[in-house]
Design a protein around this ligand. Structure first.
Ligand code: FE
Ligand code: FE
Ligand code: ZN
Length: 285
């Protein structure tokens, strides 16, 4: 069965996320861990979290995919912004322990002129330090797996190529001290890799085998399923509704049934309201 959901608003609380998903025929969902534009996170209501956990269990949800705020730039040139990113990262990981078994994806960031190599170095520091400190505060391994999102390469974004994602993982493991397998994975965004220059329309198999060779399919934990308003390699990052963009329905459908991908949670981040998402889920199912 296809595991699919969409990015929901948290305005109805944690249980509300699960209820809205059920209403839309979804069995997973995504949500921002806090206001995506910054600010202090609302305190978690443990009984609300408990209700969501029970609902997920009862209805056999696939792992939800929590999204870090856009204000998190772990490879900023500004030390204060890097510290701010690390603090949010740790805080989010601790908060996610109230809803065990989620994924937590974040954008590896924009190097803002220092060059990709410096950016990769800073971002790997946040991952290693963040996971280490969150584990220490928790007193145990986290139940959340952290996911690096593949990016479109807009502006000075890092994580546009599979090689850059691999380099972030390698450096994070060096700094952490041991392998982060089982703790650190990748979330592949179809709009982003298309805009980044990976032709998933003409040759999905080749892109997937490249991913496997460079990063390893065992690291791939979730898919952001989006069409793109722009052409292959445009480096723009503008999501389009499924079937209305340059990737198209057929190619995106093939992504959902590919043997290497079909069991992962698929998250729609298309420009839709609830009715639109419900339709896309029906169409893809
Ligand atoms: Fe994202
Ligand atoms: Fe995405
Ligand atoms: Zn995007």
């Amino acid at each position: 069965m296809l595991h699919i959901g969409y990015h929901e608003s948290t305005s109805n609380g944690l249980e509300g996320l699960g209820l809205e998903a059920l209403e839309a025929g979804a069995d997973t969902f995504a949500f921002f861990t806090r206001n995506p534009r910054g600010g202090k996170a609302k305190d978690i209501d443990p009984s609300d979290a408990e209700k969501l956990n029970a609902l997920r269990k009862e209805h056999n949800f696939a792992p939800p995919v929590a999204h870090a705020p856009y204000t998190m730039n772990p490879c900023s040139q500004d030390e204060g912004l890097r510290q701010y990113a690390l603090d949010m990262f740790i805080d989010d990981l601790l908060r996610l322990e109230y809803t065990p078994g989620c994924y937590y994806n974040f954008h590896p960031g924009s190097h803002t002129g220092q060059g990709a190599e410096a950016g990769i170095d800073f971002t790997s520091t946040m991952i290693a330090e963040g996971i280490k400190k969150a584990e220490k505060k928790c007193g145990k391994d986290l139940s959340t797996v952290v996911l690096i999102e593949t990016m479109a390469g807009k502006g000075s974004e890092i994580g546009r190529t599979f090689e850059e994602v691999r380099a972030i993982i390698d450096k994070a493991e060096q700094k952490y001290g041991t392998s982060l397998k089982g703790k650190l994975g990748v979330c592949l965004d179809t709009c982003h890799i298309w805009d980044g220059g990976y032709d998933i329309v003409k040759d999905l198999d080749a892109v997937i085998s490249q991913f496997d060779k460079i990063i390893g399919l065992d690291r791939l934990k979730a898919i952001h399923l989006n069409d793109s308003m722009n052409d292959l390699g445009a480096h723009k990052d503008r999501h389009e509704k499924i079937g209305e963009g340059h990737i198209g329905f057929d190619a995106l459908k093939r992504v959902t049934v590919h043997p290497a991908l079909k069991n992962l949670p698929f998250i729609l981040e298309t420009p839709n309201d609830q009715t639109g998402y419900k339709k896309e889920i029906e169409m893809l199912r």
